[in-house]
Design a protein around this ligand. Structure first.
Ligand code: C2E
Length: 738
């Protein structure tokens, strides 16, 4: 019999038969029954012991003083003991020292014994195996045959794995919450690092983020070692993301950290999470969790950045990063209020790049975008303090300037000059001027909307006056805008009242001297002002969009007249009709032409449409589509005013033109001006090699006609042959040819 009486405790010997503990009546009973040597009971006792020893849970019995009466094999092995004898008579304090006191084991056991209430299913940290080991404890009172509580029976189960996965789950939920809550990136990274450190004892975590601008942000959880810091700080702030990532990864790995990338939706990296453990190797479930957590962190950062971007775009222009109209309209009333209180002036100016549309159309949108960014940069560098520069549309900017020592007019002139400095974009040398209109608070308006209108009007005036200018608002401007508005209304009514008539100017075959075609030219038979030339109303019609309706009316009239002429073989002649850029770019253009041909019954080969280069340049692809559909029907196309705008010779090759009209400005000074003669000759050569016929416009003298004929030009049009005339005069002219 083994006695541990040396420790001064009451002991029981499981094999013993005489020296027994006072509190061990249960076992005494069992012993006495065993003594009776009932083989059945002995067999059952052995079976019971075998069962208890095979259970993986920890099972034990203790006496009222907390001394082990019995412990199964799981406990024996778990405490590095060799046999049950080694534990009998010991207390948890004997086994685990202060840890047992801290775990308040005897307190709980005493309560169970005193109250008789079992203590079931409580999670407790295990006293052995590190802080991550958890047990689920159950304790019930141990009673003797009389029902008296003589000790406690307990069992516990290792739930460390479940606890670990619960921790992972909690961490995962926290990350999900952060995704949903769109938390700020530093908070996300710090929380993430802390969550990771809490997952298991001995984990150290540091995280780095690569902000889109450049540089690096470092986040450390409490246990992350400082040794990583100097390495991260050595990272170059200006390096690109791949370099930052590679350097940070090396820093982590050199310090024995395992690295997880925080991927972004666009395939780059938001940052890295580095992790190491001072205790054991990282478990598989933990590394899997970290890989998942990094991906989730990536989603959280993507989401946060997208939200920031949306918030930014609400008040900023995406291309240039300048404030947008919403922001401007939000701020201006406050600025005006402050100006009122301080009796200051404010300048509200509209700035528009000259010929931007043409540059965009000619060189493409990429160049146009670069130009806008460059102009925005220049404008931003010129404003100070509370001034605002906003982009409110295509190439339209608004500047809100406060009073300074420099006069507003001088500042705006300086801004105009700076914007117009030459620049090189995608290998192209450009110089783009700008037009500025300005209105002053309070003299030109008290409300933001009035000032906007006034500045806009002034800007249009600057454009009208030849661009590259600063124009201040004035009452006269307002009056003329009003007149313009009324004129546009008049134009609309004129279309309803059919006040437009056509004149026709013959085009002459320079070899035969015969009429080869006529150009239809519109005139407004104004009820009060008499016949008005196109220069009086076409620009306004184009500006207001009225040209589309007007153009349709002209097309119909021209087709009807040509049809009428074609009924008489002598008068059969092709009619050229001008089509303005807005009309040509209008979605219904093909239908309009088809309708005019169908209504009149005109043979399409007797219709030629004249368009200018600017009509095409905006979208060569769509122009090609429109032209193809109409040329397939038999309609011809001529390129009008050739050489006067940004020409793209490539388009001549690509688009189905049959004729090219040399602008009057090149013919005007021939044959005296050698340069003009050279240009005309060059155009004729070009047309010849592209198999295009040529019409020279504005032929006024016999010398010009002779020069053109000798140079090989097939057709001429101009006052030398005939001014634009009515249909009857054309008929008379055609009759004369027979
Ligand atoms: N100095 C001079 N001028 C000559 C000579 N020969 C012809 N012209 C003028 O030059 C213009 C030729 O038409 P355009 O270049 O298409 O230029 C046209 C065309 O761009 C536009 N236009 C005329 N009718 C229409 C129309 O129905 N629709 C559209 N969209 N534009 C039209 O108005 C412009 C001016 O038309 P018009 O005043 O009729 O002026 C006509 C014509 O009268 C000449 O020898 N010397």
């Amino acid at each position: 019999m083994k006695n541990i009486a040396a420790s001064g405790k009451h002991l029981v010997d499981p094999k013993g038969d005489e020296d027994v503990s006072r509190d061990s009546s249960v076992l005494l009973e069992a012993a006495s029954r065993l003594r009776a040597a009932d083989p059945k009971i002995v067999g059952r006792a052995l079976l019971l012991e075998a069962m208890v020893n095979h259970v993986p849970d920890f099972m034990y019995a203790k006496d009222r003083d907390g001394r082990f009466l019995y412990a199964n094999q799981a406990i024996i092995q778990g405490n590095d003991l060799s046999s049950v004898d080694d534990i009998i008579g010991l207390t948890d304090f004997d086994l685990h020292g202060e840890a047992a006191t801290d775990a308040r084991i005897s307190e709980i056991e005493q309560r169970v014994m005193e109250t008789g209430e079992p203590d079931l299913g409580y999670d407790e940290r295990a006293m052995r195996g590190g802080g991550d080991r958890w047990l689920m404890m159950s304790r019930v009172p141990l009673r003797d045959s009389s029902g008296a509580i003589v000790g406690i029976v307990g069992s516990s189960r290792d739930i460390s794995a479940r606890k670990a996965s619960e921790r992972l789950m909690r961490a995962q939920n926290r990350i999900l919450e952060m995704i949903v809550g769109s938390v700020a990136i530093p908070e996300l990274m710090n929380t993430l690092a802390e969550l990771i450190e809490e997952l298991a004892e001995g984990i150290r975590c540091a995280a780095v983020a690569f902000p889109p601008e450049d540089g690096i942000q470092i986040f450390k959880a409490p246990n992350a070692p400082d040794l990583l810091l100097p390495l991260f700080e050595a990272l170059s702030a200006s390096s690109s993301t791949p370099i930052r990532e590679a350097t940070a990864r090396t820093a982590f790995e050199n310090s024995g950290f395992l690295c997880f990338e925080i991927p972004s939706a666009n395939g780059t990296s938001h940052g890295l999470i580095g992790i190491s453990s001072t205790k054991n190797d990282l478990s598989r479930s933990l590394t899997e969790f970290l890989a998942g957590a990094s991906r989730m962190a990536g989603i959280a950062i993507d989401r946060r950045r997208a939200e920031q971007q949306i918030r930014f775009l609400l008040v900023h222009d995406a291309l240039t990063g300048l404030e947008n109209r919403t922001s401007l309209e939000g701020k201006l009333p406050g600025i005006l209020k402050a100006a009122e209180l301080s009796s200051q002036q404010v300048a509200v100016s509209f700035l528009d790049l000259d010929n931007f549309k043409q540059i965009n159309d000619t060189f493409g949108h990429a160049v146009g975008d670069e130009l806008l960014k460059e102009a925005s940069g220049r404008l931003s560098s010129l404003i100070t303090g509370k001034d605002i520069v906003a982009r409110i549309g295509g190439d339209e900017f608004v500047l809100v300037l406060h009073e300074t020592d420099e006069r507003f007019e001088d500042r705006l002139q300086r801004i105009k000059t700076t914007v117009a400095q030459p620049l090189t974009l995608q290998g192209l040398d450009l110089k783009v001027s700008c037009s500025i209109g300005v209105a002053y608070y309070p003299s030109h308006g008290l409300m933001a909307s009035d000032l906007f209108r006034a500045a806009d009007l002034a800007m249009y005036k600057a454009k009208e006056n030849g661009r590259d200018a600063v124009q201040a608002f004035s009452q006269e401007l307002s009056d003329s805008a009003r007149r313009k508005f009324l004129r546009a209304e008049e134009l609309r009514t004129a279309i309803q009242n059919d006040e437009f008539v056509l004149d026709f100017q013959p085009q002459i075959n320079l070899t035969t001297g015969l009429v080869s075609g006529v150009e239809a030219l519109v005139r407004w038979k104004h009820p009060v002002e008499g016949i008005l030339p196109p220069s009086e109303f076409i620009p306004l019609a184009e500006e207001t969009g009225i040209i589309i309706e007007l153009g349709e009316a002209v097309l119909r009239k021209a087709c009807q007249q040509a049809k009428k002429w074609s009924m008489n073989a002598r008068h059969r002649v092709r009619v050229s009709v001008n089509m303005s850029p807005k009309q040509f770019q209008n979605a219904g253009v093909i239908d309009h032409v088809k309708a005019a041909l169908k209504e009149s019954g005109l043979d399409p080969s007797l219709l030629e449409i004249e368009i200018t280069e600017s009509s095409i340049m905006r979208d060569i692809g769509s122009a090609a589509g429109i032209m193809k559909e109409l040329t397939d029907m038999g309609v011809d196309f001529a390129i009008d005013d050739f050489g006067t705008s940004y020409s793209c010779l490539n388009m001549l090759k690509k688009l189905p033109f049959s004729r090219l009209k040399i602008d009057r400005s090149f013919i005007m000074n021939t044959p005296d001006d050698e340069q003009d003669c050279a240009i005309v000759t060059a155009i004729l050569n070009l047309a010849r090699s592209l198999k295009l016929q040529v019409v020279a416009e504005g032929v006024e003298t016999i010398e010009q006609a002779q020069f053109l004929h000798l140079a090989g030009c097939e057709h001429g049009q101009g006052y030398f042959y005939s001014r634009p005339v009515g249909d009857l005069t054309i008929e008379a002219l055609l009759d004369k040819q027979y």
